[in-house]
Design a protein around this ligand. Structure first.
Ligand code: PHE
Length: 445
């Protein structure tokens, strides 16, 4: 895709960026991180990071992407940045590999659950049966691998069709559907017997739970969920037209993304308490709680199928953006055709994903710091690579990038420099780098 390709409409820009942000990160990862890290306190820290770090760093990526119209590596080259800053693009490419590896496995589980919902979860009659069903899926060698590869095929098919035909059309159609269905599920959960306990867990912060670990996880979750820190938004912004308002698009993306995460919390936690399940169950949380919801609802099979189809779609609009970073780079920097780039990167991702999938079964003995391969890639990308990328991006845009470029890109066409521009610059120069560094120091050491 050369730099003259653009998203065709304003709605398409929003649908594609929100499509990238909203995904398994909101519906699968947010509830389990929130559940394992103290509920309300995590949510509060999360929202704070979205506002103070997330929105400014999204703007930083948008500015780089639109000002240059290039892929991650090309952008730094065009800005004549010193060699050091090219590190950001290498980190982004590594993060893309890692994220695709574990993410497509979870997307594969969703496909299996579409089928399981349709059959009413087979013989499952109790919570124990549902636990057993999840373990038997993830512990199996071929079944999850088959779904994961199927998911990857669809992903790379969409990618091979290019920005306007593939990414934009798919997002325009599917993202609005997702909001409507999520809203219906929220209503259903709010009517459950455990609703008040679940809501209290999600919304009432217990400040004693705000440990350095929880802060690190909340920051990682914010970066992951907003798709920020690895060049996805640089790449997408290179397809924005001059008239696209960057700060407005950034705020809208952050707002809608947070809304979907909170909605997912409202769906999951009341059900958790109603069915006597543990909010801290980890990555399997939604796969064990949701089926209980569906089994207790009239027409549950249909709702279940709808929900997992929706998760599948939300995953696809996200993985397409993660993939686009590497494809645009292979095309732009290495002059490889889009089709060839798709095949090359696809093979690399398939191998990584296979290792992640098998790390719940035959490879479960391979652990690093107590984490299997899947959990390791999840932790490294969200909690390390994306925040480090975000820190470097904010320093680059705040301190190195020509200030006039920054002001011009952040100011809507034909307007005077709005009052929020200095605020964003201040965050990029001081708040974001210092906060990210501080959380690393306390959270990791
Ligand atoms: N934000 C996506 C989600 O929440 C995942 C993602 C991470 C996409 C990083 C792009 C880059 O599912």
């Amino acid at each position: 895709m050369s730099s003259n390709k653009k998203f065709a409409t304003r709605f398409g820009v929003i649908a594609a960026t929100v499509g990238s942000a909203v995904g398994l990160g909101n519906i699968w990862r947010f509830p389990y991180e929130c559940g394992a890290n103290g509920g309300g306190a995590f949510l509060l820290a999360y929202i704070m990071f979205v506002i103070v770090l997330g929105i400014p760093v999204i703007c930083a990526e948008f500015v780089i992407g639109r000002a240059t119209g290039m892929n991650v590596a090309g952008a730094f080259r065009k800005l004549k940045a010193a060699k050091f800053w090219h590190l950001i693009s290498w980190l982004g490419i590594l993060a893309s590999f890692f994220i695709m590896g574990f993410y497509s496995v979870v997307a594969g589980w969703c496909v299996d659950y579409i089928w399981q919902s349709a059959t009413g979860f087979g013989q499952a009659a109790s919570q124990t049966d549902l636990h057993a069903q999840f373990d038997s899926l993830t512990g199996d060698a071929w079944r999850p691998l088959g779904w994961t590869f199927g998911f990857l095929l669809v992903n790379f098919f969409v990618i091979s069709r290019g920005v306007e035909k593939g990414i934009e059309r798919m997002s325009n159609l599917l993202m609005p559907m997702l909001f409507v269905i999520m809203a219906a599920f929220c209503l259903n959960s709010l009517l459950m017997p455990g609703a008040s306990q679940g809501l209290e867990f999600l919304l009432k912060p217990d400040f004693s739970k705000l440990t350095p670990d929880v802060l690190l996880s909340a920051m990682g979750q914010a970066f992951f969920s907003l798709s920020v820190g690895m060049g996805v938004l640089i790449t997408y912004a290179s397809y924005f037209k001059d008239g696209t308002r960057l700060v407005k698009t950034a705020s809208l993306t952050a707002g809608l993304d947070t809304l979907v995460a909170v909605m997912a919390g409202i769906v999951i936690f009341p059900a958790c308490f109603s069915f006597g399940q543990e909010p801290a169950a980890g990555p399997k949380l939604v796969f064990e709680v949701l089926p209980s919801i569906f089994m207790s609802m009239p027409g549950g099979r249909i709702w279940g199928v709808l929900f997992f189809v929706l998760l599948f779609v939300a995953s696809l609009t996200s993985t397409v953006s993660v993939t686009e970073v590497v494809i645009a780079w292979l095309e732009g920097e290495w002059k490889i055709s889009r089709k060839k780039a798709t095949v090359l990167y696809g093979i690399g991702v398939a191998v990584t994903a296979a290792l992640c999938s098998l790390s719940f079964g035959v490879l479960s003995g391979w652990t690093v710091f107590g984490r299997n391969f899947f959990n390791l890639l999840d932790f490294l990308s969200s909690n390390i690579l994306l925040p480090v990328g975000g820190m470097l991006l904010s320093v680059f845009v705040g301190w190195v990038l020509d200030r006039s470029v920054l002001r011009r890109e952040l100011t809507p066409e034909g307007h005077r420099v709005p009052a929020y521009v200095p605020l964003i610059i201040f965050s990029l120069k001081f708040i974001a780098p210092v906060a990210i560094m501080a959380i690393f120091v306390v959270g990791i050491l």
